[in-house]
Design a protein around this ligand. Structure first.
Ligand SMILES: C[S@@+](CC[C@H](N)C(=O)[O-])C[C@H]1O[C@@H](n2cnc3c(N)ncnc32)[C@H](O)[C@@H]1O
Length: 218
């Protein structure tokens, strides 16, 4: 993975780097460091405990940076009307193969150049471990792009790697976020908190500090 900090060139090579990870895996998910062959547990927990009182069945849901599609599949199975995208064509084709009856839900798209038809369309936007993959200097732009997907009363669920107090920022990706980083990025895109921020250790080995937060348009 490149750690270039030159904004546009960095972004281009980031997209190419993600594509290379998926294509070099050659169909073997164990070669993709973040692929777990299951939906994200923090998403599942939120879907079980919070979503039923907040998001109606059949609501339009967008999954950002969907990778192999495990989160999108879980949302589809719960009766939501799901659209999912990733910048990697190989990942999207792989996700379609894993979920052939819903292949039309998966799209190749770049977060920084999204189709206009998606603007303000979604009741729930789900972002799992993608914001942490974006160069920190593009985080504000990424949040603006994400915010534009939300309908007037839409909710944005973010799950990302948290930074521990006193921890120096390692060369990413990923670039973990502090609670303040996340709140700042959200407010720079006119988003406000819509519930508590949860910080926890996940069930990876070794466990990883994660943050789960919910936002809506201000
Ligand atoms: C760390 S992976 C997480 C994948 C998935 N959300 C998961 O939790 O397994 C980050 C994903 O974001 C995608 N991604 C990175 N930059 C992107 C961009 N600019 N537009 C769309 N997808 C992007 C990558 O291809 C990759 O699939």
């Amino acid at each position: 993975m490149t750690t270039s900090t030159e904004a546009v060139g960095g972004l281009l090579s980031q997209v190419e780097d993600f594509e290379a990870v998926y294509s070099n895996a050659d169909g073997d998910p164990s070669c993709i460091p973040w692929a777990k062959n299951r939906p994200d547990p923090a998403l599942v927990n939120w879907l079980n405990n919070v979503a039923p009182s907040l998001i109606r069945s059949g609501a339009r849901v967008m999954v950002i940076g969907c990778g192999l599609g495990n989160d999108a599949q879980a949302l589809i199975h719960r009766g939501y009307d799901v659209t999912a995208f990733d910048c990697s064509e190989t990942a999207v084709n792989w996700a379609r193969r894993l979920d052939p009856s819903n292949h039309q839900c998966y799209h190749v798209a770049d977060l920084f150049d999204l189709p206009l038809r998606w603007r303000h369309r979604f009741d729930l936007v789900v972002e799992i471990k993608t914001l942490q993959s974006i160069l920190p200097e593009r985080r504000h732009e990424a949040m603006l792009s994400i915010a534009k997907l939300l309908s007037r009363h839409g909710q944005l669920l973010i799950v990302c790697k948290g930074i521990d107090a006193g921890q120096s920022l390692e060369d990413g990706p990923p670039w973990p976020l502090s609670r303040d980083d996340l709140l700042q990025a959200a407010s720079s895109a006119d988003l406000v908190m819509s519930g508590d921020i949860a910080e926890f250790l996940d069930d990876d080995q070794p466990p990883v500090h994660r943050i789960r937060a919910l936002f809506k348009r201000g």
